[in-house]
Design a binder for this molecule. Structure first.
Ligand SMILES: C[S@@+](CC[C@H](N)C(=O)[O-])C[C@H]1O[C@@H](n2cnc3c(N)ncnc32)[C@H](O)[C@@H]1O
Length: 260
């Protein structure tokens, strides 16, 4: 009689994980499997192949099995690199839990890795309103949201984010969101920030992604509108008395604005 039992799925999963890790070691990469999902910007920010990042991921990631599947599916896409860093997503989901969030806004859903993470962090009657212009990405994510049992918490609006934010404001939803994540087209970041500030409640959080813009904020090019916009927003938020802030050296830089 066995001392412990293990399901066939778990056995296969463990064997596959072991094989993937061993393959990495054998070919000299020595990377934990979840490293495959991190973004170029993260690798650009930290020193290339920094073993500390591998250590951090190995010792902090508690990725839900469906998130892992979605990450791997997303990496099959040519634009897969656009996915959020998994450690950043886990951090924000923890923050959402900490403030007992029920309503979350996500500007730029892509295949919905972070949307799924947020939905998992919310209570059963919680809601993630997602803004996205490309329905093909949403169709990749949807089956995974369903598999994780949180599809009912996710409401993606396929249209330019500014239109969705205006609709939410017109519907009287100002001050009702607990958390907003800005991660879409950079040229609209200032507009997104202002609208999110109206939609988020006092004590709520606005997280802004890519605030280092691949380190280019240190010296934006003359015609680099995206970088210049991010730089302006960083300056604006620094002086914004409506919020407390932290700029986190995680991934490509994340600013957290806590609404006062
Ligand atoms: C960096 S990706 C978002 C990554 C995502 N947050 C995640 O968890 O992996 C940016 C997304 O913003 C979308 N996007 C770009 N412009 C937009 C707009 N004006 N309104 C809404 N979504 C937009 C893109 O189609 C893309 O899927």
């Amino acid at each position: 009689m066995p001392i412990f039992t293990i399901s066939k799925e778990a056995l296969v999963g463990t064997a596959a994980l072991g094989a993937a890790f061993a393959a990495g070691v054998i070919i000299g990469k020595k990377r934990a499997p979840w490293h495959f999902g991190t973004r170029k910007e993260q690798k650009a920010f930290y020193k290339k192949g920094d073993p500390l990042i591998d250590y951090m991921l190995k010792h902090s990631m508690r990725e839900h099995p469906v998130l892992k599947k979605l990450r791997r599916r997303t990496m099959e896409e040519p634009e897969g690199i656009n996915m959020i860093c998994c450690d950043q997503s886990q951090f924000m989901a923890n923050l959402a839990k900490l403030i007992c969030a029920k309503k979350v806004l996500e500007i730029g859903v892509f295949t919905g890795y972070n949307t799924l993470n947020m939905a998992l962090a919310l209570p059963d009657d919680g809601k993630v309103v997602g803004c996205e212009v490309n329905n093909d990405y949403i169709n990749i994510g949807k089956p995974f949201w369903k598999q994780a049992g949180v599809e009912h918490k996710i409401d993606v609006r396929i249209k330019p984010a500014v239109e969705t934010l205006d609709e939410l404001l017109a519907a009287g939803e100002a001050g009702t969101y607990d958390f907003a994540f800005i991660d879409a087209d950079k040229k609209s970041y200032i507009e997104y920030y202002e609208k999110c500030l109206r939609l988020v409640r006092k004590g709520g959080i606005i997280a802004i992604d890519n605030v280092f813009w691949k380190r280019k904020v240190l010296k934006p090019g003359k015609n680099d509108i995206e970088c210049q916009t991010i730089q302006h927003l960083n300056e604006k938020i620094l002086r914004d008395v409506r919020v407390n802030i932290s700029m986190i050296t995680m991934a490509d830089g994340v600013t957290l604005a806590f609404k006062l």
